[in-house]
Ligand binder design. Structure first.
Ligand code: NAG
Ligand code: NAG
Ligand code: NAG
Length: 383
């Protein structure tokens, strides 16, 4: 009898420790965060790097002025930093003022691809360049730290931040979406292994220098971006039941399938690393499908755009800009209430949508491994 009970207890504790080890991979206690990506997590890199300007109403909702983010307010990465009790990330490329890199550095730049940038690319700061920038950053930091007289502790990461920091990734969207302008769907899909090989190369380099904590976002439903609906969805037969471009969403799904397989492979290889993969696609698709339940008025109408419903998007008139169209001057202005819109400018999500996505991430239900009971908080929802 006693031995039966004993076996029972053993079995239960085995199951318990399995559950615990599954859900405890994320402890949200990081000395620093190093982020790599595109506009989904760019906190000012592209604008600073190219010396460009981003007009109001970008930034109006939260920063009260353009903040280098392609959004009315905060991005997912900002909300995640908040959740980790860390300050917003400064961009590596933003040199003026006193950029503080104590708790991390953001290498993301809008328009960036995983694959090396072409001459006509929006951003020259493709993933390989971002990784190279990280290495330069780290080298400079270690050099400064080695100089005993330095007074930069407040501004640069501590040495162990490179091993114990979180390395975050949200990139791939531009490789796919950009390719559709010059390639067939089959060609886009055929290019996925090449994109992922380049991604793997970067991850390997970061691992080899000591990165052990990885946080990877998959790509969203690109076919639901108003920019892509406007360019590829004129013929209704190209659209799915949600009004999204079918080919783009199919490609995004296939990308994510292979991305997840790569993630599993790396997880198997890097047994001394903690890796988290977040299914952003499912979170965003759910938001687009069930937008009204989450407090939004429209999943595809653009808040800051031009042209009127249903999309209110015109690729010739970016958010906040004034252009001459057919001889008359037109401006893409912000809507009255950006919290009613999923799409900010046709390419990027609104702050309200980013908050929704962040809260879904923080439930832990969309990540592998899941961390369901680990989050002590949820961010304040808008409703
Ligand atoms: C990975 O997570 C486990 C469980 O939380 C922890 O014990 C371990 O120290 C972590 N390793 C790294 C490199 O973060
Ligand atoms: C929309 O919500 C319903 C009900 O919760 C759910 O079954 C469905 O999967 C959601 N749609 C998407 C695309 O996630
Ligand atoms: C501009 O003119 C063209 C041709 O006359 C017309 O098809 C189009 O709708 C006009 N666009 C705008 C924004 O007025």
């Amino acid at each position: 009898m006693a031995s039966v009970v004993g076996t029972h207890v053993l079995a239960i504790s085995a199951v318990l420790s399995m559950v615990l080890s599954l859900s405890s991979a994320v402890d949200f206690n990081y000395p620093a965060v190093f982020n790599f990506g595109d506009s989904n997590s760019d906190t000012g890199g592209l604008i600073a790097g190219l010396g460009e300007e981003l007009n109001p109403p970008n930034g109006d909702t939260y920063f009260k002025k353009p903040s280098g983010r392609f959004c009315d307010g905060r991005l997912i990465v900002d909300f995640l930093m908040d959740a980790m009790d860390l300050p917003f990330l400064n961009s590596y490329l933003d040199s003026i003022g006193t950029p503080n890199f104590r708790r991390g550095c953001n290498f993301a730049a809008a328009g960036s691809t995983v694959l090396p940038a072409t001459a006509s690319a929006v951003s020259p700061f493709s993933f390989g360049v971002q990784v190279a920038q990280f290495f330069r950053f780290k080298e400079r930091v270690l050099e400064l730290l080695a100089n005993k007289g330095h007074k930069l502790d407040k501004y640069i990461p501590a040495e162990d931040s490179f091993n114990q920091g979180l390395y975050m990734f949200d990139i791939g969207q531009n490789d796919l979406a950009g390719a559709f302008y010059s390639k067939t769907e089959d060609q886009v899909v055929a290019s996925i292994p090449t994109i992922l090989l380049e991604f793997e190369t970067g991850i390997k380099k970061l691992y080899d220098q000591g990165a052990r904590r990885f946080w990877i976002h998959n790509t969203g439903p690109l076919g639901c971006l108003p920019q892509n609906i406007a360019a590829f969805g004129k013929d209704p037969s190209k659209l799915d039941e949600l009004g999204c471009v079918s080919s783009h969403n199919r490609a995004a799904k296939l990308f994510n399938l292979q991305f997840n397989a790569l993630y599993k492979k790396l997880q198997g290889q890097y047994t001394d690393a903690n890796m988290t993969y977040v299914d952003i696609f499912s979170i965003k698709l759910n938001l687009i499908a069930n937008f009204s339940r989450y407090g939004f008025e429209s999943p595809i109408t653009v808040c800051c755009g031009y042209g009127g419903p249903p999309l209110n998007y015109d690729s010739r008139v970016p958010c906040g800009e004034t252009k001459i169209i057919n001889g008359s001057s037109v401006t893409a202005r912000g809507c009255d209430d950006a919290t009613e819109y999923v799409s900010w400018d046709g390419i990027h999500y609104s702050e309200a949508a980013n908050l929704y996505v962040s809260n879904q991430i923080l439930t832990g239900k969309y990540s592998d491994p899941p961390f369901s009971d680990k989050m002590p908080f949820l961010l304040k929802q808008k409703f």
